[in-house]
Design a protein around this ligand. Structure first.
Ligand code: NAD
Ligand code: UGA
Length: 442
C-alpha cells in the first residue's frame, strides 16, 4: 500500500519507518528544513534506539522517502496520516490544532482521488469530524473518508511499542456503515502484520477513538501521581513503596506497570494531554476532578522535589556544588519537553547552587532551556568532581551501574539524593554515603 505521513517527528517518523518495514511504500512530508535535510541524508534528528537502522534499511529498500511537498506526496496514495504536533495552546492549555488544520487544508487542496485521511496526532474530541468538514468545504467534489488512529508508543521504546502494541484503536464514521467498513478494511491491510501476531484492533466511532487516547494517557498519569503520593506516605510511616506497589500490582485489576515513584511525570504528552482532557471535560460540562487533581499533584510534586533536595543538603544549597545526573524526562530519549529537571534546576539555581550536569544524550536539547549558569560535563566523573551532593533525576542505565565506591571517591561530599530509586539503600549506607530516595523509609 502507498501511504503518506504528514510530520516526521517522534510519532510520524517511527510510524513511517515501521509501516515501511511492514512492506508499505511510505513518503514522509516534513516542513522543518533542518529535520528534512537530515532525514533525506539518512540522519535521524531525534534520539530513539533502533530508529537509525530501521530508517536507513527501508530507505535503501526504496520503501521510505522524505520530502516537503504535500501535493506531490499524496497524489497517488491510498492513505494519508496526519502526525503533526498538538502542543498546548499558549496561555490556556487547550490543544493547539493549528498544525493539524494547516495539514488538513494542504491535503484538501492537493487530493484528487479517493483517499482515507487518518489522524494519528492526539486531538480533542470532534477534531476528526472538523477536519472532514474543512476538507469538504475546500474540495467539495473530493471522495474521501476520515479515520482516527491514535498512537500509544512511548519514547525510548517507540519501535518495540509500535511493532508489538497492546492494541490498535481505529475510529471511523459509523453513521455511514458501508464507508466505515471500507475504511476498516484499509486500516486492517495497513496493520496486517500485527494482526498476524494477534494484536487486537478495536474499531469504534471517531469520538471514542479520540477519547480513548486522552483517557489512557490521563489514567496512566493518575496512576503515577497516586504512587507518588503513596511514596510520600511511606516516607512518613516507615513503609517501602516498592513493596506496596508490588503488592498492589499483583492484583491483575490494578497491574504492575506505571507504579514507579519519581520526581513527577514529564514529557511531551502526559502534561499536555491531562491538561487538554481537563479542558475538554469542562467544555462538555462533565468535569473530571480526578484529572484536575492529577495535574495539581504533579505540579506540586516537582516543587516539593526541589524543596526536598534543599532540605537534604542541610536546608540551603547556596554556594554548594550539585552534580545532577540526568536531565531528560525519561531515559533513552533526548526529549526535554516538560522534563521535571526544568523546574527543579531553575529553583536550585535561584537558591544559589552551582550545578554540574551530565546527561548521556539530552544536554544539547537541554542547554537553551536551563539556567545559563548550569555547567555541562562530558561524563559522570566530571560532574561528580568537587560535588557536595549528587541528585539522580533520570534513571539512565549508565547511572544504575555506578558502584557506590565510585561515587564516594569522586565527589567531595557524601549526600546522594536519588529521585528515581536506582540504588540499593543498604549498599549506599554501608560505604558511608548519606543516601536519600523516594518512599523507602526502611
Ligand atoms: P513532533 O513535534 O516531534 O513532530 C511533529 C512534526 O511535524 C515536526 O517535525 C514538524 O516540523 C512537522 N510538521 C508540522 N506541521 C507540518 C506540515 N504542515 N507539514 C509537514 N510537517 C509538519 O511531535 P510528536 O512528538 O511526533 O507528536 C505528534 C503527535 O503525536 C502529537 O499529537 C502527540 O501528542 C502525539 N503522540 C506523541 C507521542 C510521543 O511519544 N512523542 C506518542 C503518542 C502520540
Ligand atoms: C506516554 C505513554 O506511556 C504512551 O503510551 C503515549 O503514547 C505517550 O505518552 C504519548 O501520548 O506521547 P512517554 O511520555 O513517551 O509515553 O513516556 P512514559 O514512559 O509514559 O513516561 C512518561 C513520564 O512518566 C516520564 O516522566 C516517566 O519518568 C514518568 N513515569 C512513568 C513515572 O514517574 N513512573 C512510572 O511508573 C512510569
Amino acid at each position: 500500500m502507498r501511504i503518506a505521513m504528514i510530520g516526521g517527528g517522534y510519532v510520524g517518523l517511527v510510524s513511517a519507518a515501521c509501516f515501511s518495514e511492514f512492506g508499505h511504500e511510505v513518503h514522509v512530508v516534513e516542513n522543518n528544513p533542518q529535520r528534512l535535510y537530515a532525514l533525506q541524508n539518512g540522519e535521524i534528528p531525534i534520539y530513539e534506539p533502533g530508529l537509525d537502522t530501521l530508517v536507513n534499511t527501508n530507505m535503501r529498500a526504496g520503501r521510505l522517502s522524505f520530502g516537503n511537498n504535500i501535493a506531490a506526496a499524496i497524489s497517488d496514495v491510498q492513505a494519508v496520516f496526519i502526525a503533526v504536533g498538538t502542543p498546548p495552546r499558549n496561555g490556556d492549555g487547550h490543544a493547539d490544532l493549528q498544525y493539524v488544520y494547516k495539514a488538513a487544508d494542504e491535503i484538501a487542496q492537493s487530493l484528487t482521488d479517493y483517499t482515507v485521511i487518518i489522524t494519528k496526532s492526539t486531538v480533542p474530541l470532534g477534531t476528526s469530524r472538523k477536519i472532514a468538514e474543512r476538507i469538504r468545504q475546500k474540495n467539495p467534489k473530493l471522495d474521501f473518508d476520515i479515520a482516527s488512529n491514535p498512537e500509544f508508543l512511548r519514547e525510548g521504546n517507540a519501535i518495540g511499542d509500535f511493532m508489538r502494541p497492546d492494541r490498535i484503536i481505529v475510529g471511523t464514521d459509523t453513521a455511514q456503515p458501508e464507508r466505515s467498513q471500507n475504511v476498516q478494511a484499509i486500516l486492517r491491510t495497513i496493520y496486517r502484520p500485527l494482526s498476524l501476531i494477534e494484536v487486537p484492533i478495536l474499531f469504534t466511532n471517531l469520538e471514542s477513538a479520540e477519547l480513548t487516547k486522552y483517557a489512557s494517557n490521563s489514567f496512566l498519569a493518575m496512576k503515577i501521581s497516586f504512587i507518588n503520593e503513596m511514596a510520600d506516605l511511606c516516607d512518613k510511616v516507615g513503609a517501602n513503596v516498592h513493596d506496596v506497589a508490588r503488592g498492589m500490582g499483583l492484583d491483575k485489576r490494578i497491574g504492575q506497570k506505571f507504579l514507579h515513584p519519581g520526581p513527577g511525570f514529564g514529557g511531551s504528552c502526559f502534561p499536555k494531554d491531562t491538561m487538554a482532557l481537563m479542558h475538554i471535560a469542562e467544555e462538555h460540562q462533565a468535569p473530571s476532578r480526578l484529572v484536575e487533581a492529577t495535574i495539581k499533584v504533579n505540579e506540586t510534586r516537582k516543587t516539593n522535589m526541589a524543596s526536598r533536595i534543599i532540605a537534604h543538603c542541610g536546608g540551603s544549597v547556596k554556594n554548594k556544588t550539585l552534580a545532577i545526573l540526568g536531565l531528560t524526562f525519561k531515559p533513552e530519549t533526548d526529549d526535554m519537553r516538560d522534563a521535571p529537571s526544568l523546574s527543579i534546576l531553575q529553583r536550585l539555581d535561584d537558591e544559589g547552587a552551582h550545578i554540574q550536569a551530565f546527561d548521556p544524550v539530552g544536554m544539547e536539547t537541554a542547554r537553551p532551556l536551563l539556567p545559563h549558569t548550569v555547567r555541562y560535563c562530558s561524563n559522570v566523573t566530571e560532574a561528580l568532581t568537587q560535588a557536595d551532593a549528587v541528585v539522580i533525576l533520570t534513571e539512565w542505565n549508565e547511572f544504575r551501574a555506578l558502584p557506590p565506591e565510585f561515587l564516594k571517591t569522586h565527589m567531595r561530599g557524601k549526600i546522594i539524593i536519588d529521585l528515581r530509586n536506582i540504588f540499593d539503600p543498604k549498599t549506599m549506607i554501608e560505604v558511608g554515603l548519606q543516601y536519600y530516595s523516594v518512599g523507602r523509609a526502611d
